[in-house]
Design a protein around this ligand. Structure first.
Ligand SMILES: [Zn+2]
Length: 635
């Protein structure tokens, strides 16, 4: 995916998210009342935000130009000054932050901020302009033009998890080139309260650390996952309940004592209130949710030695939130990406428990087999990863059984889509599903695009190995498209659709760690799109202009989340141009065989930047050292 028209996911589902936040205002001030410990150390309540009313100049805030102000058409919640992010009506990012030291010794901490949003946008469905509230590495909330209203609204967050930490409190507003949205903040405070923490006679409840010590080897494990899922939907296809189990093998010489499930879509909730619920875990002992409720540690009954297999199972409940998103519903149509819990990967770097990113993808999983049974009302179609067989269910219901082998994820949608199908000259079945707002002519045109793209990519990188691919179209997506194995979401946009189908190879068949190496899928998908559309990127490198010495094509999503306005330009634009330049340097024929052999070498596997660079160097007698440094391809 890419920016507004291709992937930047910065406030996806902001409306639903913000609603959840405001309902979850909790301020769950910890251990007061019956559950309070009988003996507790003293808690000295404290307020730790400096100059939270912005009445004392700018210190200790760090803010972009013009943010802390006292006029210009906005007004304060109290006093005369406030912080005003964005409001330009042009592409613009504003930031506001300070570091806060949250003392230990109390049992609760609560962040309050008064927020006013006004906008000239008229959409009621699309989050064009966004404000993100972060504490440390955690995102507390995302607001957008969809949250506009008169006056200030008080937003309160339970931040007890940060007690005893020094962290950054940061607000970041991004505005697109269209109509203005202003995010106005005032009276920011962070207070500690509650009883003192009990003396540590017993260990405190453990939250799994984000990573465990690295294993002694770099083998990716747990390997060869096999997922068996059975879900039944409500009448609308919004709520799905049932069971999932996954069998896996420890491929590593290091014992495997636990596994982690990634519950990615819990990003779209207000942790601990989450849209993905896992209960009744069998085959192991569930620990606490971590990483913003997106990771669940399951300790196995005994560590698995190399070659041994295990199975964990659990009850699963999925509630699709509102919002035309990769996990969201647009009217009567639900899009259900990243909803099935998947196994995290442990390798030489330890467990990969990276956070969800709304600017792109964090998803990193090994090729797996899926058998997914979806019991749904007959009036709903359920396009899905893999190939599907429908059988009659209970009265008025249909059971769709989808099977897929060697895929990294499984996604589906539900709704009364219109459907057109065709078969490519190379024999790939292509289905285009469209929501009710899309004309049959547009659906037919996207079918033609899909057929042409899938064969073009297959001709260059290797035959498409799955029997069919589904493209699900909705012009209300705020992004251009999103890729899943055998299943893509897209606008009516041939470039975006060709890009998402390119991901069937780059990310899907040839996997990568999308959080740490986003260029390995995005630059390659965009380069593939150019080739499929006959674009050669002539002179494209002459327009490259780096924002800083630390900006590189190969930076991780951690970097791009902090520099989101540059993600699309560098990773998609400069990235594909670098590949065009590499082609010009080593020659068309060498580049063609390089990409084909590189794909074959990592077919159903995982590639790294170092492996690509080695393959490229092996394809030419030209020393590529200076090419990599000029094009800022590190790794
Ligand atoms: Zn993409």
């Amino acid at each position: 995916m890419r920016k507004r028209l291709l992937s930047l996911m910065a406030g996806a589902g902001a409306a639903g998210l913000a609603l959840a936040v405001s309902l979850g205002v909790a301020g769950t001030a910890g251990a007061t009342g019956a559950g309070a410990p009988a003996r507790a150390a003293a808690c000295a309540p404290a307020q730790v935000v400096g100059n939270g009313g912005f009445e004392s100049g700018t210190s200790p805030w760090t803010a972009s130009s013009g943010v802390i102000t006292s006029g210009g058409g906005q007004s304060a919640h109290s006093g005369s000054a406030f912080a005003w992010l964005n409001g330009y009506g042009s592409s613009h990012t504003d930031t506001l932050s300070q570091s806060v030291a949250i003392p230990a010794g109390c049992s609760a901490a609560s962040l309050t901020v008064w927020v006013h949003v006004d906008t000239a946008e008229t959409t009621t469905t699309t989050a064009y302009d966004k404000l993100t509230v972060k504490l440390g590495s955690g995102t507390l909330a995302t607001y957008s033009n969809l949250n506009a209203g008169t006056g200030y609204v008080q937003r309160t967050f339970d931040v007890s998890a940060y007690l005893g930490q020094n962290v950054s409190l940061a607000f970041s507003g991004t505005e697109d080139s269209g109509l203005q949205t202003s995010f106005v903040l005032d009276d920011v405070s962070l207070t500690t309260s509650g009883d003192g923490t009990p003396p540590p006679t017993t260990p405190p409840p453990t939250t799994p650390p984000p990573t465990t010590p690295p294993p002694a080897d770099s083998t990716r494990t747990p390997a060869a996952p096999g997922y068996t899922v059975s879900l039944s939907s409500d009448a609308t296809g919004v709520t799905w309940t049932g069971h999932e189990s996954v069998t896996f093998t420890n491929a590593s010489p290091s014992p495997l004592g636990d596994v982690y499930l990634r519950l990615w879509d819990n990003y779209h909730g207000s942790c601990p209130t989450t849209p993905i619920t896992v209960t009744n875990v069998s085959g192991g002992t569930a620990g606490a949710l971590s990483v913003g409720c997106t990771a669940l540690d399951i300790t196995l009954p005994a560590p698995l030695a190399q070659g041994q297999s295990g199975t964990v199972g659990f009850d699963l409940r999925i509630v699709v939130p509102s919002g035309a998103d990769r996990f969201g519903r647009d009217g009567a149509f639900s899009f259900i990406g990243n909803a099935l819990p998947l196994l995290a990967i442990r390798d030489g770097a330890g467990w990969h428990l990276d956070p969800y990113t709304n600017n792109g993808e964090s998803f990193y999983s090994l090729a797996a087999d899926f058998r997914v049974t979806l019991d749904h009302p007959t009036g709903l179609q359920v396009p899905a990863t893999g190939t599907s067989v429908d059988t009659p269910g209970a009265s008025g219901r249909t059971v769709t059984t989808a099977t897929a082998t060697k895929v990294r994820d499984f996604a589906w949608a539900a709704g009364a889509f219109s459907k057109v199908s065709g078969t490519s000259p190379a024999g790939v079945k292509v289905n285009v599903y469209a929501v009710s707002g899309i004309s049959s002519a547009n659906a037919q045109s996207m079918l033609t695009t899909s057929i042409s793209a899938v064969d073009a990519h297959a001709g260059r990188f290797g035959a498409y190995p799955y029997a069919e691919v589904d493209a699900v179209l909705d012009n209300n997506f705020w992004f251009g498209g999103m890729e899943y194995p055998g299943f893509v979401l897209d606008l009516v946009d041939s470039t975006a659709l060709t890009h998402e189908l390119g991901h069937q190879w780059w990310y899907g068949i040839v996997g990568d760690d999308e959080y740490n190496n986003p260029w390995l899928d995005e630059s390659f998908a965009d380069y593939s799109t150019d080739l499929a559309l006959g674009k050669t990127g002539t002179n494209c490198w002459s327009s490259v202009s780096w924002a800083s010495s630390s900006e590189k094509i190969t930076n991780s999503m951690a970097y791009w989340d902090a520099h989101s306005s540059r993600y699309s330009t560098v990773v998609y634009g400069y990235g594909k141009c670098a590949l065009h330049d590499l082609r010009r340097l080593i020659g068309d024929s060498a580049m063609t065989s390089l990409l084909r052999s590189y794909a074959q070498a990592h077919w159903y596997g995982v590639s790294t930047t170092a492996e690509f660079k080695a393959a490229a160097q092996a394809a030419t007698s030209t020393d590529l050292t200076s090419f990599w440094s000029t094009h800022r391809i590190d790794g």
